[in-house]
Design a protein around this ligand. Structure first.
Ligand code: ATP
Ligand code: MG
Length: 510
């Protein structure tokens, strides 16, 4: 093998009390796809950011192409050809796609923004990745998967550097597929393989085993900030990888026998004729206490729109939502929360967490009004509730008051779920609840969701991961183009049947 292109030597990084990386050494080759794996909080993003110059290591050095990078210098790393596609979507939702892509150097003509040149440039950058994305659309109107692709296009941008100067040589992909559909993820993996074939070192962070084995040449595992092993993908299997990551083997998505459902019980959640222009048409369903109702469908089929509307977030929604037999005032998240509805949305950054507050406040936030009314705010009751919740969900945080921005991605997601695991919650809406969650924590979350249901919650679950949907759901409804196309129970709950119902309308109109 040729000499390594990237050398990480004895790198350590501490954040206050958290040793995020300790004495990590690893080497990577030009032209390989090198996976970085490990549990939530293992240090993957921190290492990626250190390589990209976003974190200055406390000790050690990083060498790219034989040259040591200046510590914590984004510019130096950039000049050396290092790019990073962040785990969290870090863009400006109010600006257009083109503006986001050209922010670093907006083209001007006669001192004014040259919108046409900008749009052309953006279209050129997106040509191979996703030509269908409209460059003049505000970024915030795009689905998360699309926003992710825009970010990748931006990383590939050589910014017009001559003779390959400024061209990407190392790209860190930090969970780039976590918000992509299966077909988008497949397309991205092909793109990444193509980049590697051109000699670019692609560092690939993902919790999805299938992708690691499909896309990567070698894999390095981190655990608690420490280097565990680097292996050639061909020489390793999934269970060895899992045990390297967590020190035990598990089977995350198996069906578990739950107590028999009380079939006669009155529904806890009833949705009647829920509709919204261009999003939903006439959706009716009900969920009994203790039941987990899965919602299947392709990306864009209206599943997230359904949850939004149930939670009162869709200002144009019509129809009825009843909780415990009582209609809740429409189009009001506040009323939904008061009625006991909890929501873990797909996009934790835009919709879920309050980044200017602490983890503790994020947990009690929806109930703040209730606590304040009885004079609890800031007293022992709240503090013990917060610490109980953080420890039960093993949310890794330096202190309960630390802002969510200081948590690793998976821990942010756990925080969001922990918030609603409250006795005041009667209906739980979950949209892709295990996105970005490591294998060990995933099975933990499955257990907690089942426990919540066993305690009498009605759960409405959206998941694009088939094994997850099949393992958790007691019953599955499928959506296509904003409508329910069918319901599956018992033996009929299979991947084939879900896909058939999910594409029903497409094939009927074909
Ligand atoms: N800016 C920061 N301030 C304080 N602590 C931080 C900061 N960034 C990371 N940490 C801590 O460092 C540890 C490693 O975090 P990192 O984000 O690297 O994990 P990760 O392996 O990427 O996890 P995930 O799979 O959840 O994304 C975590 O305990 C995290 O809370
Ligand atoms: Mg991370």
């Amino acid at each position: 093998m040729s000499s390594p292109f990237l050398v990480v030597e004895h790198v350590s990084k501490r954040f206050g009390p958290t040793q995020a990386l300790s004495d990590v050494s690893v080497t990577m080759m030009a032209g390989e796809v090198h996976a970085l794996m490990g549990e939530n909080g293992a240090g993957k993003s921190t290492l990626g950011k250190a390589i990209a110059g976003l974190h200055a290591p406390d000790t050690g050095r990083i060498v790219v192409g034989g040259r040591e990078l200046a510590k914590g210098s984004v510019h130096d790393a950039y000049d050396a050809g290092v790019r990073i596609v962040h785990q969290e979507l870090a863009q400006c939702p109010n600006l257009t796609v083109a503006e986001n892509l050209c922010l670093h150097a907006l083209p001007t003509r006669g001192g004014l923004l040259d919108r046409r040149a900008m749009n052309e440039r953006a279209a050129r950058l997106l040509k191979d990745l996703a030509p269908e994305i409209r460059v003049d659309a505000p970024l915030g109107t795009l689905a998360p998967g699309r926003r992710q692709i825009v970010q990748i296009a931006s990383a590939l941008d050589d910014r017009g550097g001559a003779d390959g100067a400024g061209r990407a040589k190392i790209i860190v992909f930090d969970e780039p597929t976590s918000s992509l559909s299966v077909s988008e993820a497949d397309r991205l993996i092909k793109i990444i393989r193509g980049l590697a074939a051109q000699g670019i070192l692609c560092i690939y962070v993902s919790h999805r085993m299938g992708e690691i084995f499909a896309a990567c040449d070698r894999v390095t595992v981190l655990r608690d900030g420490k280097f565990v092993a680097t292996s050639v993908i061909k020489d390793i299997n999934e269970s060895v990888l899992v045990s390297q990551m967590i020190g035990r083997t598990i089977d995350p998505a198996s069906r578990v026998q739950r107590p028999a459902l009380n079939a006669g019980a009155a529904p806890m959640l009833q949705v009647r004729g829920l509709a919204s222009p261009k999003r939903l048409s006439g959706v009716s369903l009900s969920v009994r206490p203790g039941e987990i109702l899965g919602v299947g469908g392709l990306v864009g089929s209206g599943r997230s729109e359904l949850l939004d509307a149930v939670f009162g977030l869709d200002p144009r929604a019509t129809g009825e939502v009843l909780v415990g037999g009582e209609a809740i005032p429409p189009r009001s998240p506040r009323a939904a929360i008061r009625a006991g509805v909890g929501y873990v949305p797909e996009d934790r950054r835009l919709q879920g967490l309050f980044f200017q507050l602490g983890c503790d406040e994020n947990i009690v936030m929806p109930f703040m009004g209730l606590l304040a009314r009885v004079g609890f705010r800031g007293f022992g009751g709240e503090r013990s509730l917060v610490s109980e919740r953080l420890s039960r969900f093993r949310v890794k945080t330096a202190s309960p008051a630390a802002p969510p921005g200081s948590l690793s991605g998976g821990n942010q997601q756990k925080l969001l779920i922990a918030r609603w695991m409250d006795k005041r919650t009667r209906v739980l809406l979950l949209d892709e609840p295990t996105r970005g969650i490591d294998v060990g924590t995933k099975s933990e979350i499955y257990r907690l969701v089942r426990e919540a249901a066993d305690a009498g919650l009605a759960v409405l679950l959206v998941s694009s991961e088939m094994p997850e949907l099949l393992a958790l759901s007691d019953r599955i409804v499928v959506m296509c183009e904003g409508e329910l196309t069918g319901e599956l129970t018992g033996e009929a709950m299979t991947q084939e049947n879900i896909l058939r119902l999910a594409t029903l309308k497409h094939s009927a109109s074909a």
